[in-house]
Design a protein around this ligand. Structure first.
Ligand SMILES: *[C@@H]1O[C@H](CO)[C@@H](O)[C@H](O)[C@H]1NC(C)=O
Ligand SMILES: *[C@@H]1O[C@H](CO)[C@@H](O)[C@H](O)[C@H]1NC(C)=O
Length: 403
């Protein structure tokens, strides 16, 4: 813990803060903070008071640091014993507790130590970090020796960083730190996000060093916090996201305005594979309402019925079909129709004028709802095939499943 901040450092930090927020009105800012200014003297007095308090805290912190070192050693021992969940110790009047849990790693990113941070984090359970807490006791995360990954809690309940600018003098600090660019999705793995501190109507008056974030199974996030730019800045916990801790397994926590959060069922991604190819093993003449392609070569997904010749779409999606014939006999036209949900949508038309035969292949692509029926009708003419010719065929594939 770096608590021995000199008054000079404190002063310069405050000046940096003012300068960075009043860049366009630099002269005004300097005037405001000139030595004769009442507000400045008041601020200075406050600072000295704070420094005194910090000195006093320093000895306490030293003790805590020793406790923590012991706790970490204890943890390492526990890790070797592979306990699932260990409530190792409680620091600072139950406000900060450390919790390590070691379960089976899920696939995905691991941190520098080869551990998945979703299962290897420290709990940061400090009520004062909440966005609805004002500045009763001003905290500064620059004084914390950040190490590894953290998960935020509020009164023991999972909570997230705000994705929007937070009012100043909230989160138990002067300039609250919020997450720019939002939280990642699980499939994004470990991402790097900018951190901004709000001061004087500038939501990013302090551009704090970026942090790493990871979305975890079970609707929570882990953050790799680092020392912020200056004092007094602190990472925030958004009370509006407390609802996210209640989301079920098949739900995600979402928000349009980043203010009102709610649990929403995740869309199931369909990974259906549907392919079929079948032939009619003989010749057809005249009207055959529904060709029973009985020789089935491919029927992945089992959506084609060889007894009825009907294909039933197993999922909503984009499908492509093809159907063919070999028309014969002089002077007669042969029509094959693709029928989708009772609609005749595509014709394979041939008209042979001399004594000859001709092969015809037609194709059709469409979006189908689940349960849609597709078959081929022989409306007129003659089609030639034998059991080995594969000239009267019908096939199709699901190209893209949709939800
Ligand atoms: C974990 O620590 C907290 C904080 O001290 C305590 O209230 C709780 O009872 C502990 N839980 C277990 C399982 O030891
Ligand atoms: C902050 O919000 C939480 C959750 O809504 C609430 O339980 C708590 O009392 C609030 N705290 C303050 C200081 O308003």
């Amino acid at each position: 813990m770096q608590m021995g901040v000199s008054s000079i450092q404190m002063l310069s930090v405050l000046l940096v803060c003012v300068a960075s927020t009043k860049q366009t009105e630099g002269s005004y800012a300097l005037k405001m903070w000139s030595k004769g200014d009442h507000a400045f003297r008041e601020q200075l007095a406050l600072m000295y008071k704070e420094i005194e308090a910090l000195r006093h805290d320093q000895s306490l912190m030293k003790q805590k640091q020793e406790d923590m070192t012991q706790a970490v050693m204890h943890c390492t021992q526990m890790q070797a014993d592979t306990y699932k969940e260990v409530n190792v110790t409680s620091l600072e009047k139950g406000s900060t507790s450390m919790l390590y849990s070691f379960s089976q790693e899920e696939e995905g990113d691991v941190n520098d130590e080869g551990l998945n941070p979703c299962y290897s984090y420290k709990s940061l359970n400090q009520d004062w970090r909440a966005t609805n807490y004002s500045t009763r006791q001003v905290s500064c995360d620059r004084n914390v020796k950040w190490n590894g990954w953290y998960r935020l809690f509020y009164r023991g309940k999972s909570i997230q960083m705000p994705e929007l600018c937070v009012k100043r003098e909230r989160c138990g600090t002067h300039a609250p730190l919020w997450l720019v660019g939002g939280h990642p999705r699980k499939r994004d793995g470990i991402v790097t996000r900018k951190i901004c501190g709000h001061w004087n109507n500038n939501c990013c008056a302090f551009q704090s060093p970026p942090i790493q974030v990871k979305a975890c199974q079970g609707n929570y996030y882990v953050y790799k916090f680092v020392q912020p730019l200056a004092c007094h800045l602190a990472y925030c916990a958004d009370v509006n996201t407390l609802v996210c801790g209640k989301c079920k397994k098949n739900e995600i926590c979402t928000s349009k305005d980043k203010i009102r959060w709610f649990c929403k069922k995740t869309k199931r991604r369909v990974k259906a594979k549907v392919h079929f190819f079948a032939a009619y093993p003989g010749s057809l003449s005249g009207k055959v309402n529904q060709i029973r392609y009985s020789k089935v070569y491919v029927n992945v997904g089992g959506a084609f019925n060889r007894l009825t010749g009907v294909f039933t779409a197993p999922v909503k999606g984009i499908y492509q079909f093809f159907f063919s014939t070999q028309a014969a006999r002089t002077g007669r036209k042969t029509d094959l129709w693709l029928v989708v949900n009772g609609y005749w949508v595509s014709v394979s038309h041939t008209h042979v004028s001399v004594s000859n035969t001709v092969g015809a292949l037609s194709t059709y692509m469409t979006t189908l709802r689940k349960g849609a029926l597709v078959y081929v009708t022989h409306n007129c003419g003659n089609s030639y095939a034998n059991s080995a010719s594969n000239t009267i065929v019908f096939g199709g594939s699901l190209l893209l499943a949709q939800t």
